[in-house]
Design a protein around this ligand. Sequence first.
Ligand SMILES: [Zn+2]
Length: 672
Amino acid sequence: MRPSRSLLTIVAALAACATNPRIVTPVRIIDSSPTPDPRPFHIAGDNPFVLPARAEWPGPNRVRTASGAPGPDYWQQRADYTIAATLDTSAKSVNGSVTIRYTNNSPDTLRFVWMYLEQNLYRPGSHGSAIFPQDSRWGVRGFQGGFDLADVRVNGSSVVPRVDDTRMRLDLPEPLAARGGAATLTMRFSFRVPEHGSDRMARDSTLYLIAQWYPRMAVYDDAHGWNVEPYLGQGEFYLEYGDFDYTVTAPAGYVIAGSGALLNPGEVLTPERHMRLARATTSNIPSAIIPASEAVARPEPGTKTWRFRAENVRDVAWAGAPDFRWDATSANGVLTQAFYQWPKAGPQWESAAAFTQWTIRYYSERFSPYPYPQATSVAGTVGGMEYPMFVMVHYSDTDSTSVFRTIDHEHGHEWFPMTVGSNERRYAWMDEGFNTYINAFSFEAHYPGQSTWERTIQNWQAVVENHTQSPLMTMPDLIDPTALGAIGYRKPAAVLMTLRNQIVGRDVFDAAFREYIRRWAFKHPTPADFFRTIENATGTDLSWFWKGFFYSDDVLDIGVEYMHARAGEPGDTLTEITLRRNTSIVFPVTARLKLADGSLRELRLPVEIWARTDRYVTTVRTPRSVVGIRLWPDGTVPDFNAANDIWGDAPPAEPHRPVTADVGNGGRGTPR
Ligand SMILES: [Zn+2]
């Protein structure tokens, strides 16, 4: 279907006007009674102010409080890993062993545990290979692989794993005690590295991008018990926190970049590179650890073992190549790095260390301090895809802005979900959505005068028009793949920005959002924990907002139905304005009135005007007659039908301004 012009395109075309209009107050309200409603989406008797009882909005308890914070009995499991792996570039495989110290902090005795074996996506007949076309982004491209496991033990005793697609159940020889019982799981593993093209990890000639590479614990939590959704190739990862000590043994000519701190630079780097790295660690100016002149594959006999340690992370990933360029610098003490093959990655990658530095510094100052010692960006054929301290950025980003945006997005994930460990398998909006929301701030700061807002709204509008929309609460695996960018990323970002700019106010929302990060850092928040934290920290009951924008796939469409003059007292005029809500979504109204002398007045109406009706009639008193009206004059309310937002000789919309500014566009939200 041909997309129509968006509201924002239309308002952008209108001339700017200098305004500081006075606010008018309704003098008379006629509340029309509700009428039977033939509209699609609208469910009779479905009060927009009352949230339905949902599994995602359970009653508060001692684990998760009514204020949205972790409760006194909050618990989560812990998984600490020691991994020794070898990259075999002749067999094009990774093999190694893993030891997992698993701590059961739950109140439940466990008699079995579930683990993930994501490499089994590449086994013939896997769930994922049946769902996504072979040659699509998420397809396996005919590659056949999967994990080979050996010597699987629990506390030293052999156990027989029950493998089901990308999951594995281990029956424990002894029950694992509640509240602190620990078990040690060990096994050997190997897999052939998928050929280039696979979206989450791959080999591209001599470049290895390695993730989902060791058997790992599924999450056991108070919301769902074991979280064991099969890995389909496109899905994200919900994982436990812990510490990782891992080694990668690779051909001696290889350079390995990975999650965590490199523990033995003196063993794996030449003295000169080691010295350059030490200097970069304390310099704000990017410099080369391996300059272009040295980024050449040279055969070297033997192997080297690279040692990394990553604390308080959900995962680790790494990459290796014999011909990386390597740039590094510091962002307030965090080592920020870029690894890229040259000249294949393109000249825009010479800015990648600086982009990474910008991102880590910006989000640290704006939202919460980056909690890890380093941040690495690697160019290749994968992604973009995020892992703790480590992101993969696809070569298809061929200009500076797109490389910046991908690095900024992928490292934005260090906050969501690496720091705030929500369940990204079930709630894309708490991961991709929150990340896209913070990306808008970074982008507007990095490119003053530019904004992502219009593209965000247009993308949301496109899935509305082609009927691929689904509610934000939809599990990502069930969202139409062509709509995932809109529903998983852009709509939630626009919705949060709307909540901030139009409803609760910028300062109040920013503080509430930071409080959510503070409360849930290195924990597992649920949707209700977010909703409750925002309501508590802003002092606002937002049931109608969550219901309209998170639980429904309806769109906002409030319009001016009618406006006419009424008889007034001498010296002023009365104008009756009829507003109509055309969908189930309620919203506070901001309107700008133009008077006969050209002056402007503001009309602000709280969301409660829609409590009992979908038609609202009010009368305003003004010194001159009202000649026109415009709803949402600041141009950043996501009302999807612009045609009914103006009446008569409507005043012009405001010029576009950055949507992430701390003040602007009329200041605080509408009164409630
Ligand atoms: Zn993302």
